[in-house]
Design a protein around this ligand. Sequence first.
Ligand code: EPZ
Length: 425
Amino acid sequence: MDKFLIRGGKPLKGKVVISGAKNSALPCLAATLLTDETVTLHNVPYVKDLITQRRLLEDLDATVLTPELHTQKIKAANIEIYEAPYELVKTMRASVLALGPLLARFGQAKVSLPGGCAIGTRPIDLHLKAFERLGATVSLEAGDVVARAPKGRLIGADTFFEKVSVTGTENVMMAASLAKGKTTIHNAAREPEIEDLAELLNKMGARITGAGTTKIEIQGVEDLGAAEHTIIPDRIETGTFIVAAAITGGKLEIENCQPKHLQAVIEKLRETGVEIEERGADKIFVKCGGRGLRSKDVTTEPHPLFPTDMQAQYMALMTQAEGAATVVETIFENRFMHASELVRMGADIQISGNTAIVRGITKLMGAPILASDLRASASLVLAALAAEGETLIDRVYHIDRGYETIVKKLSAIGADIERITENLK
Ligand code: EPZ
C-alpha cells in the first residue's frame, strides 16, 4: 500500500487549481445511463472513485471514451445488463447511483447492497422507500437490491425523505425524470452537486425545478437525449486547501473554485481568524491572520450549513487554535477516526459520543499514522504539513479516491511530501 512521507513546518505559498467535484461527477456519470445518446462531461476529476464509476458503466456495456484526461464521452446505447456487481459496489458505495437510472430506463435494476464503510453503516433504506413510492417493487436477494417497475415504467408520486440524503435525492431525481407523471421530492438535499445534476438532466431533456431547495419537482418525460456539461469545482477540495494555507501559516491563491458553494466553511474559518478574500466568482486568496487562530465551535449539518466532509480538516486546524473548540458531528455516527491519529501527533482531543473537544494550541510532532477514510486522510495530511519532523501516513489509497494529484499540487506550493510506493513482493 502506498504511503506519504511528509516533512512538516513549511508555510504553503503559491497557486492551486481546484479539480472538478467528485460528488457531482459520480451522479452525473450515472445519469448517462438514462439515454442511448452520447453525453459529454467536462472537468471530471481524475480520481479513483471516478475510475471505478467508469468501470461500472463499462461493465454495463456503456461505451466510455476519454478524449482527454478530464473529459468523458458516454454512450449507454446497448445496455442489456442491469446489475452493479458487488466487487464494484463494495469499493464504492456511490455505485448505488446506478439504481435510479437503470430502474427508470429499463424497468429493472439489481445493485449489490452497499456495505457500511469506516464512517458509518450508511444504509440506503430511504432511496428504496422512495422508489417504492414511484411504484417499484424492491426486494433483497442474496445481498442484492432488486428493483422492478411492474408496469415497465415508474409512476410519478410525492416522496418525502425523513432524513436529508444527498445520493437519495439524486437517485430519485434521476428515476423520476423518466417516470409517468409528476414527482415531488420533499425534504430534498440542497447540496450544489444536486443542482449540478439537475442542470445536466435538464440539458438532457428532463423537466426539473427546485433543485437546491428542499422541494424538487420533476415532470417525467418519455426519453432523454444527448447533452454536454461541465462539472462544478470541488468545494471540499477548496475548503481543504484553505485549511492547508491556514494550518501552515502560509498564503494561497485558489483558482477555479466557487466560493458561493462553501460559504458556511468560509464564514467559520474567518471567525477563527483565517483571512479569506473572494476574488471574483472563481478565485479565493487565503492567508493565516496575523494574530493567530482562535478556537470556534462547529456543528456539521446538511447544506448550506457546515459540511460533514470538512469536519476532519477543521478538527486538524483547531489543534493550532488558541482555546477549546467543540466539534459536533451530526451526519455520520463514526466520523472521528482521525482524532486518535491526531492525538498520536500531540493533539489534545477528547471524544464523547458525537462531540469532540479540541484544545489548542498543541505542538504537533511527526509520527507514523494510519489513514482510515477519505476526509480523515486529508485531515492527517494537513496535520503532517503543520507538524515538526517527519510523518509517515499509511493507506493513502483513501485520499486518492477524492483528491486529484494531491502530492503534485502540494509539492507545487512548497510542501515537502513524497509518495512511497511499496512494491508488492
Ligand atoms: C454523500 O453521501 C456524499 N457522497 C458524502 O461524501 C457526504 O459525506 C454525504 O453525502 C453527506 O453530505 C457522495 O455524494 C458520493 P447521505 P451519502 O445519504 O449520499 C443517512 C465524501 O467524503 N441515510 O446524505 O451516502 C446516512 O447514514 C463522501 O466525499 C439513511 O439513514 O450520504 C447518513 O447518516 C463521504 N438512509 C445521513 O443519512 C438512507 O437511505 C446522510 O447520508 C440514506 C442516508
